[in-house]
Ligand binder design. Structure first.
Ligand SMILES: Nc1ncnc2c1ncn2[C@@H]1O[C@H](COP(=O)(O)OP(=O)(O)OP(=O)(O)O)[C@@H](O)[C@H]1O
Ligand SMILES: O=C(O)C1=C[C@@H](O)[C@@H](O)[C@H](O)C1
Ligand SMILES: [Mg+2]
Length: 180
């Protein structure tokens, strides 16, 4: 068992990291940190504006700094952004500092869940389905490399996913500092 005190959610856009993260943070008494919101608070600008002004590279620099700051602490539930695993230093940090759960989702479900979303700049770049398929091919091995546990969120509500995942975590994650 991985005894990390932090719980970290990784996975593609629309997998439910932010939304399942809220449920799990409450259930396990963890401080919720959503990487995208942390970046927005630190920079005083939205993710979309950062992409517009500084490009994806500028956003990734801010993301790397925010992850390092958040994971300097303990007792945190970190909901990462979908691209956090692109950076090798981030991948190392996530593995070192937390029990990492990979939330999986099919492209079909992503398209449904994100149909009305206008806040994710990578989805504004053209054919959404093609973008999501390309990202999935590129990123799937990176998520797998970092994950302690994978969980498929297709066809279940976020609330049900959180409930089932909480049960799984009770047997897979021996949180440091907490005795059963
Ligand atoms: N299991 C689910 N079933 C149905 N809808 C869901 C589920 N999980 C999330 N959603 C919906 O999908 C949308 C995106 O979810 P969320 O913001 O949690 O994704 P995310 O993984 O944090 O994405 P990102 O990487 O872009 O931050 C939200 O509208 C949310 O309500
Ligand atoms: O998948 C991605 O690369 C991203 C996901 C979002 O959470 C944001 O971090 C941003 O829109 C980029
Ligand atoms: Mg999110």
């Amino acid at each position: 068992m991985n005894p990390a005190s932090n719980l970290i959610l990784i996975g593609p856009m629309g997998a439910g990291k932010t939304c399942i993260g809220r449920h799990l943070a409450e259930r396990f008494g963890l401080h919720l940190a959503d990487a995208d919101r942390e970046i927005e608070q630190r920079s005083g600008a939205s993710v979309a504006t950062i992409f517009e002004c500084e490009g994806e590279a500028g956003f990734r620099d801010r993301e790397r700094a925010a992850l390092a700051e958040v994971l300097a602490g303990d007792g945190v539930l970190l909901a990462t952004g979908g691209g956090a695993v692109l950076d090798a230093d981030n991948r190392r940090l996530l593995r070192e500092r937390g029990f990492v759960v990979h939330l999986q989702v099919s492209v079909e479900q992503q398209l449904e869940r994100l149909a009305r979303d206008r806040t994710r700049p990578l989805l504004a770049r053209g054919d959404r389905e093609q973008v999501l398929r390309e990202l999935a091919i590129l990123r799937a091995p990176l998520y797998a490399e970092v994950a302690d546990l994978s969980f498929d969120t297709d066809q279940i509500s976020a609330a049900d996913a959180a409930l089932r995942l909480a049960h799984l975590l009770e047997s897979h994650w021996q949180r440091s500092g907490v005795t059963a």
